[in-house]
Design a protein around this ligand. Structure first.
Ligand SMILES: Cc1cc2nc3c(=O)[nH]c(=O)nc-3n(C[C@H](O)[C@H](O)[C@H](O)COP(=O)(O)OP(=O)(O)OC[C@H]3O[C@@H](n4cnc5c(N)ncnc54)[C@H](O)[C@@H]3O)c2cc1C
Length: 439
């Protein structure tokens, strides 16, 4: 299958717990369409009616998709992970886009039956008609941003800028709705929904992305772990964050006299115990911002948003678990291992790294396992064992049957392991990862 179609398919297949909120979000999105359909009578069965149906549905789907961009802890909880929220954002956005493509065609087909010249006028962005022009502007902008951000591979930072610029197409769609407004209840509902979407988008841009909103912390310890990895301890300046072991936060450093921050917030896993008011994170230099973080100094202030994360669903705790972490992806297991009691079902931790020297947190994990008879630590080193395969994992942890799998690490590792586990008969509901966080 074409990679971008395969990706769209993967993203539409949300894990089970996230389906109910997705259903609620979709129901909200199609409320204007259904309201219109209930009152349209015979008009609903014409091309013109179909065009309205697709138009209202696209507007509703885009509006709810915009709301699902928000980094809200209650959305994270409802969807069992912020990644699922983003997947739903993406799925509704793509569905809205497809309906938007159909909308002008259905309108033109409707007009064709009455007057062919009118049908042609609809298929051209005629600047003398605000409705037609704004509709085409929205469609062309969506098409442009869709091709640029979805079909093209580009570095993450550039993709994020283009993806945000997609708000312009949303603005054009709002303009189209306003100019096309005819005073019906359905149109009123659609306008209300898209206004909420605009507010959501503005909130994300003005109140969530800038690193000044969130809980204030101060860095009290900076310890270099390896050539590209630094361990930080942060203490609260006001209220301390409450979190569950293995969750993550968005963290942004502020400028200090001897440190210039990158000015962005990024997701990092909390590696400490939830009872400790201090936060611990380990940051590997993987790009622009994380390279900056390597030079952070004690005393620097930071802003924390969260907590987020659905790697350890509550219902999994009664079954034996296999945690597979690749590189810095081992961080959720450092936090989680600290709260495991010795009488819980067995935990096998498989630490995948290039070699022993690169397994920076192996001793930390071994220390946890020393006090817990139910915890075993295994390693798979790429230099000597190759990449993690099912047989390599099985040879270390035993039968995979009846176990829950938590995967954390590079997206490519998670994708490969998920496919291999599924091919080996492990049900999708037993495989957990912070999916949807990577583009
Ligand atoms: C749930 C989660 C937990 C994480 N925990 C840790 C951790 O404990 N320690 C650690 O070192 N790293 C962690 N990461 C990875 C870390 O967030 C990225 O390395 C960092 O965001 C890269 O930013 P950059 O500017 O340095 O690099 P960029 O060049 O901007 O990005 C490098 C890669 O990082 C990813 N990335 C960048 N920004 C984001 C973002 N806002 N959201 C999701 N992915 C992004 C993209 O895949 C991108 O290709 C975690 C990521 C996620 C999603």
């Amino acid at each position: 299958m074409v990679p971008c179609l395969q990706k769209a398919k993967d993203e539409l297949v949300l894990t089970l717990p996230a389906r109910l909120p997705l259903l609620v979000a979709t129901a909200l999105a199609v409320t204007p369409t259904l309201t219109w359909a209930c009152s349209a009578g015979a008009d609903a069965l014409t091309w013109h009616g179909f065009a309205r149906f697709t138009g209202f549905a696209a507007a509703g789907l885009f509006a709810v998709s915009m709301l699902l961009m928000l980094r809200l802890t209650w959305l994270d909880r409802a969807f069992r992970g912020l990644g699922h929220v983003y997947q739903a954002h993406h799925a509704l956005g793509v569905a809205g886009f497809l309906l938007l493509l159909v909308h002008p065609l259905a309108l033109a087909l409707g007009a064709l039956r009455v007057e062919p010249a009118a049908a042609l006028r609809l298929l051209w962005p005629d600047p003398s008609s605000k409705v037609v022009f704004s509709g085409w502007l929205a469609l062309l902008l969506f098409l442009f941003f869709f091709v640029v951000t979805v079909a093209q591979r580009m570095p993450f930072r550039r993709w994020r800028r283009w993806h945000r610029a997609m708000g312009l197409s949303y603005g054009a769609m709002v303009w189209h709705l306003v100019t096309a407004y005819r005073g019906s209840v359905a149109a009123g509902l659609a306008l209300g929904l898209v206004t909420l979407g605009v507010l959501g988008f503005a909130h994300r841009l003005l109140a969530e992305d800038p690193p000044w909103r969130g809980l204030r912390y101060r860095i009290t310890s900076v310890r270099r772990r390896g050539p590209k990895v630094v361990d930080l301890v942060l203490e609260p300046l006001d209220k301390a964050l409450r979190f569950e072991a293995g969750q993550f936060v968005y963290l942004a450093m502020r400028d200090s006299p001897d440190y210039r921050a990158c000015g962005e917030s990024h997701p990092y896993t909390l590696t400490g115990h939830p009872d400790d008011p201090r936060l611990r994170v380990s940051v590997k230099a993987l790009g622009f911002c994380t390279r900056h973080v390597q030079d952070v100094t004690v005393g620097t202030e930071a802003v924390v948003q969260g907590p987020f994360g659905g790697l350890f669903p509550p219902k999994t705790q009664s079954r034996p678990q296999v945690w597979i972490g690749g590189g810095i992806g081992v961080t959720p297991f450092l936090g989680r291992a600290s709260i495991i009691a010795a009488d819980e079902p067995s935990i096998d931790i498989v630490y995948c790294a290039a070699n022993e020297g690169a397994a920076l947190y192996l001793e930390d994990l071994r220390a946890f396992a020393r006090d817990r008879s139910n915890m075993r630590i295994h390693t798979i080193y790429e230099d000597t064992d190759g990449l993690p395969t099912i047989s390599a994992i099985e040879s270390r942890v035993g039968s995979l049957e009846g176990k829950e799998f938590m995967l954390a690490g590079p997206p490519a590792m998670i994708d490969a392991l998920r496919r291999a586990l599924r091919a080996h008969g492990v049900p999708a509901s037993r495989i957990h990862a912070e999916e949807g966080m990577a583009r």
